[in-house]
Design a protein around this ligand. Structure first.
Ligand code: NAD
Length: 497
């Protein structure tokens, strides 16, 4: 694939003419494509195009805008399998998960298409009988969408579909680990018939293309999804510009809490799925299994049996459950945290690591690493995001202790409780800190019509997906007087004495 930037309705190379290559993490000898390495000059052109297109796009009816997104959905559906296969090859997600990622991006866009025919504001009562008051929404302007590699279609669409549908224009910078999927997003939008400048895309690294984009004075909203390290820097910088809004969705150190009364089969399946889908590289992945002591031995035995059965290999082979991690940096990071676990006194139950040899030689394949460890407020390994097939089992005695352990981390994204006792489920719902909670389910598997966003280091409190509409629109009050004289609220008079 030869990718291009998409600026003002045209396919372009970067001004510097520099490019970068993207190889498959499953086979570093497999070149997926070559893409423009953009810098501030390309960003400048993209933002200028988005700014110029804004007034006309804002002026179009919500329903007409959504009809273009509906055409986009049909194009993606026609290309569904090809896109899923590209994603598996480029990002290493196994085919079943790549298909689910494409499906989620379709759902997000369909949700916004449907919303275009739904009420879009409120009629609000007034103290004065002759006044009609409304809450209306207006688009904010130019949205910068910066996205991670691990959901290379769904997360771009979480950001792009709500922004475009509500009348904003967009400059999108896909992850340089998944530029091919970014390229496909731009191609479908182009083919769907978006007017020039409404949607623009610049390929490149975070430092060279992302940083000038978030700092551009003509950008009104920054929608960032990625790591805490990058997101916190972006939030700090963007917040200095009082006109700009920034929403950051970041990492997690998510837990599944298993009580003694749990359905054991359900608990084990939820834990294996949450810990090892996408090789543990989901913001929502479970990296802590907080398990009550009465069920601990049985849970450990069954969980380890499940983890041992995981087939790791080529993401395009339907039989595999786990593909590779994304790059050498990810391998190094997971190995480093596996060692920190040992150094911090963990009891290693499954000694995973880099896989080599038959079928693995040219990819970043890793096997699951599982350990047992008491909660310890000074431990790094059970508190920091690892983002790989690495999971701690942490025992607890009482519900109070479980809640303390759950909250004693700096993240708060997803959480799952496995219990047959609705009272326990309700108590942890109230006292645990998270953004997406589940009962008797894995802590992955979000749906687009719900808010997606966490607390603490996981997010800035402006959830994505359906609720991103609140970030990319401004709620305005609109009050109309139907009388010939002025009557004010709170008993004030407008008469001139
Ligand atoms: P990352 O933070 O390295 O990169 C995310 C995006 O930011 C990429 O497009 C990257 O190019 C860009 N970027 C990097 N440096 C930048 C800079 N200085 N200025 C502007 N942009 C910059 O994250 P990643 O490795 O792609 O994704 C994994 C991380 O994302 C994990 O921490 C995961 O938990 C998190 N994540 C969060 C959510 C969520 O909704 N909360 C969803 C998926 C992934």
């Amino acid at each position: 694939m030869r990718g291009h930037n998409y600026i003002n309705g045209q396919w372009r190379d970067s001004i510097s003419e520099h490019t970068f290559d993207k190889h498959s993490p499953a086979n570093t000898g497999d070149l997926v494509g070559t893409f423009p390495a953009s810098d501030a000059r390309d960003v400048e052109e993209a933002v200028r195009a988005a700014r110029a297109a804004f007034p006309q796009w804002r002026g179009m009816s919500f329903i007409r805008r959504a009809e273009i997104l509906d055409r986009f959905v049909r194009l993606v559906q026609e290309d569904f399998e090809e896109l899923a296969r590209l994603m598996a090859r480029e990002g290493g997600k196994v085919l079943a998960e790549s298909r689910a990622d494409v499906t989620e991006g379709i759902h997000m866009t369909q949700y916004m298409v449907g919303r275009s025919r739904m009420p879009y504001g409120d009629v609000v009562p007034s103290e004065i009988a002759e006044k009609d008051s409304y809450m209306l929404r207006k688009p904010k302007g130019v949205v910068a969408a910066i996205t991670p590699w691990n959901f290379p279609f769904a997360i771009p669409m979480w950001s792009i579909a709500p922004s475009l549908a509500t009348g904003n224009t967009v400059v999108f910078k896909p992850s340089s680990e998944t530029p091919g999927c970014g390229q496909k997003v731009a191609e479908y939008l182009h083919e769907a018939g978006l007017p020039a400048g409404v949607f623009n895309m610049v390929h490149g690294t975070g430092d060279d293309a992302g940083w000038p984009l978030i700092n551009h004075p003509e950008v009104d909203v920054v929608v960032f999804t990625g790591s805490y390290g990058v997101g916190s820097k972006i939030k700090e910088t963007v917040a200095r510009d009082y006109r700009k809004m920034v929403a950051c969705e970041m990492g997690g150190k998510n837990a599944i809490m298993v009580f003694d009364d749990a359905n054991l089969d359900l608990a084990v399946n939820a834990a294996v799925t949450s810990a090892f889908r996408t090789a543990g590289q989901r913001c929502s992945a479970a990296s802590r299994l907080i398990v009550q002591e009465g069920i601990l031995d049985r849970f450990v035995e069954r969980f380890l049996a499940g983890a041992r059965r995981i087939r790791v290999g080529d993401p395009l082979d339907e039989r595999n459950f786990m593909g590779p991690v994304i790059n050498q940096g990810a391998v190094d990071k997971v190995l480093r945290y596996n060692q920190i676990a040992r150094d911090e006194g963990a009891q290693v139950l499954l000694d995973g690591g880099r896989l080599s040899g038959d079928g693995y030689g040219k990819g970043y394949f890793m096997s699951p690493f599982v350990y047992l460890m008491r909660h310890n407020p000074t431990s790094r390994v059970i508190r920091e995001e690892v983002f790989g097939p690495h999971v701690a089992i942490i025992p607890f005695k009482t519900i109070e202790e479980a809640i303390f352990i759950h909250n004693d981390v700096e993240y708060g994204l997803t959480f799952s409780v496995i219990t047959e006792d609705y009272r326990k489920a309700r108590r942890v719902r109230e006292e645990c800190e998270f953004g997406l909670g589940y009962v008797n389910l894995p802590c992955i598997g979000a749906e687009v019509q719900l808010p997606f966003g966490g607390l603490k280091k996981s997010g800035t409190g402006m959830p994505s997906a359906a609720t991103l509409v609140d970030v990319v629109t401004h709620k305005v009050a609109w009050t109309v007087n139907h009388d010939q004289t002025i009557k004010l609220a709170q008993g004030l008079s407008a008469e001139i004495e």
